[in-house]
Design a protein around this ligand. Structure first.
Ligand code: 13P
Length: 341
């Protein structure tokens, strides 16, 4: 096994998963803090990261955390919970000391693929090698994430152009990251938004992965040293249909087995707007289905919202709620990690 594939495998070890704590400034402010009535700004974003990353015991359930660049320059001060041991450590070091691998989101968000288009392409290839070198050398990051978003609309979207252009950028990104000695997570997220049925979502996931691997095969990336981050196969959010965990599992594992090569180091799931309970139950059913079908790759979680929401609603931005919010966060982590065992 190459160094990169064994590093990738260490992110998908049994019983552990990855926390996505990589929201950009705007998303952290608007969709995490303000959405829960919490003040915004750099110090509140630091406290938000501190709440999660300095929670005692997370190393039992987390192999890695995806950070955002702002967080790399911020330090833990364990607000409300004085702790000599961890006070004032950069977050990436705080994680590394606990055996949790620090990762970094390196894409720079989405822009319309063409003027007026509903579809997007992901920005961030410009200057990427320099940023990767800095994150790796100065902050000790070992893996990275790049997210593309694919919108379903009837039979027309995603367009071939959106699939191909996003796959090309994901592949270029993956090659650069491997050259820099880190493991790339490739996240072509098929969005939950829309009025499509579950079977359409399954077909789009398969098509997305096929196009991605055709493109990767033409480029330099060593696929045994990549991790795929994917959506689950679900009915569109506008249908109001609640798929059973068994339906989700059957279609998700089925689609991935049809389209993702066995050499890939692992597959991790995003929560994509599911409630924490849905994301936990669906992952448990996926784990069962993957075992029954002898799926070739390790599977685990890489959730953002489904791990954070309950903690944010307890915390409310107040120091006096930190202990209780951390307990709630740890309890959800334990449940999600329990779903994959
Ligand atoms: P969610 O679990 O909130 O979908 O976030 C995961 C992620 O990393 C999206 O890029």
């Amino acid at each position: 096994m190459t160094d990169l594939s064994s590093l990738a495998r260490s992110l998908v070890v049994p019983g552990k998963g990855i926390l996505a704590a990589d929201e950009s400034e705007g998303t952290a402010d608007e969709k995490r803090l303000a959405a829960f009535g919490i003040e915004t700004g750099p110090e509140m974003r630091r406290k938000f990261r501190d709440l999660l990353l300095a929670t005692p015991g997370i190393e039992e359930y987390l192999s890695g955390v995806i950070l955002y660049k702002e967080t790399l320059s911020q330090k833990d001060t364990s607000d409300g919970i004085p702790s000599k041991e961890v006070d004032g450590l950069p977050f990436s070091e705080l994680l590394a000391r606990r055996g949790i691998i620090p990762g970094i989101k390196v894409d720079e968000g989405l822009e319309p693929i063409a003027e007026g288009s509903k579809e997007t392409i992901t920005k961030g290839l410009l200057g990427l090698p320099e940023r990767l070198a800095e994150y790796h050398a100065e902050h000790g990051t070992q893996f990275t994430k790049w997210r593309a978003a694919l919108r379903i609309e009837g039979d027309t979207l995603p367009s071939a152009a959106a699939l191909v252009e996003n796959a090309k950028r994901l592949a270029s990104y993956a090659c650069e990251v491997q050259r820099a000695g880190m493991v790339p997570i490739l996240e072509p997220e098929v969005l939950l938004d829309g009025a499509h049925g579950r079977l359409r979502s399954r077909a789009v996931l398969e098509q997305t992965m096929r196009v991605l691997f055709e493109t990767l095969n033409e480029q330099c990336a060593d696929i045994s040293g990549i991790i795929i981050k994917t959506s689950m196969v679900l009915s569109g959010s506008e249908t109001g249909k609640k798929d059973t965990p068994e339906e989700v599992a059957e279609d998700t594992v089925g689609a991935l087995m049809e389209s993702v090569p066995r050499e890939v180091a692992g597959i991790v799931f995003l929560s994509g707007g599911q409630t924490p309970d849905q994301a936990t139950e669906n992952l448990a059913a996926i784990t069962v289905a993957a075992r029954a079908k002898n799926a070739p790759w390790p599977l685990t979680f890489s959730y953002g919202r489904a791990l954070q929401e309950e903690a944010l609603s307890v915390w409310k931005g107040k120091d006096e709620n930190v202990t209780e919010a951390r307990a709630v966060f740890l309890a959800r982590l334990a449940k999600v990690a329990g779903a994959i065992t």
